[in-house]
Design a protein around this ligand. Structure first.
Ligand code: PGA
Length: 250
């Protein structure tokens, strides 16, 4: 097993209510979490600051936004900028999630621009990449994923502030998890690409996490793969089994 710190993110997406976020965070604070796992939760933007208050006395659970806009301020109704996230003390942002790419038509170029803006603000990035079912069936998974990583990589000069999340689109929210072998193959391809195109050191230290229908039952096998360094969890991050995912390496 590598000495990369295991990383588990909880992406709540557009779910929850005031009552629910309070109870989810309180339960998580009271849970026995593997101290060797880095835990980051991403509630809807509306709940980030009250969540921060709730987590004030806790140094184990960090917060992430689910997106951030690259312009610092201005007439961009509905957006929240990376400058504002930094100002609010939110240390992480998810960028390039497949729902942003598919539903909101974000391109590789948009994701690269946002990545640049996040790193300029010192906000850590969970960079999401992944192929569609059609692309997998055409045997294009690795090509697609590498081109998505490559597009953002041109704007990344500090890889220690970036976690790459491999999330096959066909596995997100579908209950169809990638097999450990399928995930490992892509993770290894990303790591090999980093070794070739960035540096051996970055390839060795970069966390590459898996997302797509991870749950309390399948997490352990996935976590045992040499190039899987954690998870980005959607549905199961709203359930008690999130704790089992955080503890997958125990
Ligand atoms: P899921 O979502 O765990 O519900 O499949 C993962 C994600 O979108 O990050």
């Amino acid at each position: 097993m590598s000495d990369r710190k295991f990383f588990v993110g909880g992406n709540w997406k557009m779910n929850g209510s005031i009552t629910q976020y309070k109870s989810l965070i309180t339960d998580l604070k009271n849970a026995k979490l593997d101290p060797k796992t880095q835990v980051v939760i991403a509630p809807p933007a509306l709940y980030l600051l009250p969540a921060k208050d709730l987590l004030q006395d806790n140094d184990k659970i960090e917060l992430s936004a689910q997106d951030g806009y690259h312009k610092p301020s201005g007439a961009f109704t509905g957006e929240i900028s990376l400058v504002q996230l930094k100002d609010a003390g939110i240390p992480w942002v998810i960028l390039g999630h497949s729902e942003r790419r598919t539903i909101f038509h974000e391109t590789d170029e948009d994701v690269a621009t946002k990545t640049k803006a996040a790193l300029e603000q010192g906000v850590n990035v969970i960079l999401c990449v992944g192929e569609t079912l059609e692309q997998r069936e055409k045997n294009e998974s690795i090509k697609v994923v590498i081109s998505q990583v490559e597009a953002a990589a041109k704007n990344i000069n500090d890889w220690s502030k970036v976690v790459i999340a491999y999330e096959p689109v066909w596995a997100i929210g579908t209950g169809k998890v990638a097999t450990a072998e399928q995930a490992e193959e892509v993770h290894k391809a990303i790591r090999d690409w980093l070794a070739k195109s960035v540096s051996a050191e970055v390839a060795k230290t970069e966390r590459i996490i898996y997302g797509g229908s991870v749950n309390g039952k399948n997490a352990k096998e996935l976590a045992s793969q040499p190039d899987i360094d954690g998870f980005l969890v959607g549905g199961a991050s709203l359930k008690p089994e999130f704790v089992d995912i955080v503890n997958a390496r125990l």
